[in-house]
Design a protein. Structure first.
Length: 259
């Protein structure tokens, strides 16, 4: 996996920018979960308020966005730990076809987070509460980057909180419509940042109509790159083995501290 692609994922976690680019590593093409192609279509055109009579008026659309976000907030507030399978596609107009990856995400607020990739195997991002560790053996096997992780505020290593914890304080929200992600009915809400200190132009989140969890996150990044993260097999409030949220520096690697 390209280092810039993985660091782009980090930017969504702690709102820091990409730290350079290395040659693109070949990533095996994996079957796409249901809903990924629709997510790409959503980002290809500017989302519009549905013309359906039930949501055709601005007030109704705003109410639908508020309702979906409130549902997501309730789900998030009830969570102490989260484990989910993720599938990611990154499309850069300058590089051609999409880059694909997958793995397992772990979250334990406020400061512990991990993305452990199975494709490319061994790549990982781990926030242990003090340091954010970035290791990409698929491209740079002899180097580990670490940087301090904020323990409060909007920059905590918490991908879900950035979009569903009090989002109206940070974004302008528009209801887009209904969709399905892996057979899960979802409401789509477009979020446009109010400030300019975030690494993306807009996001479309897919909020389950059943349980309120975010099942898909589609972003247009500041560079024009498009990123789609799909979340499946969510396991909420179950014990996470402590080793999943720790990083052991591999023997023979050099640790570079940033920030």
């Amino acid at each position: 996996m390209r280092r810039s692609a993985l660091l782009g994922a980090v930017a969504l976690v702690v709102l820091v920018g990409p730290a350079g680019s290395l040659s693109r590593a070949a990533v095996p093409r994996a079957p796409q979960p249901e809903g990924v192609s629709k997510a790409r279509a959503t980002l290809t055109r500017a989302p519009e308020t549905p013309r359906n009579p039930r949501h055709g008026l601005r007030g109704s659309a705003a109410q639908s966005a508020d309702s979906a976000l409130a549902r997501a907030q309730r789900a998030y507030d009830s969570m102490t730990t989260l484990k989910a399978a993720f599938y990611q596609t990154i499309t850069n107009p300058m590089l051609g076809g999409p880059e694909e990856s997958r793995g397992v995400l772990f979250l334990q607020p406020p400061g512990k987070f991990a993305m452990r990739f199975s494709e490319p195997d061994g790549d990982r991002i781990v926030a242990d509460g003090r340091w954010l560790w970035i290791y990409t053996p698929s491209s740079v096997p002899d180097q580990v980057i670490r940087q301090p992780v904020p323990t409060s505020g909007a920059n905590t290593p918490n991908l879900f909180a950035q979009f569903v914890d009090r989002p109206l304080e940070r974004y302008r929200a528009t209801y887009v419509g209904r969709d399905t992600v892996a057979a899960e009915p979802v409401d789509l809400v477009r979020l446009v940042p109010k400030g300019e200190d975030v690494p993306f132009r807009e996001a479309v989140i897919a909020v389950s109509t059943r349980d309120g969890w975010m099942r898909r996150l589609s972003l247009v990044e500041a560079s024009g790159q498009r990123r789609v993260l799909t979340f499946q097999r969510l396991d909420v409030n179950q014990l996470i083995p402590s080793g999943e949220l720790r990083f052991a520096v591999p023997r023979g690697t050099k640790v570079i501290t940033q920030g």
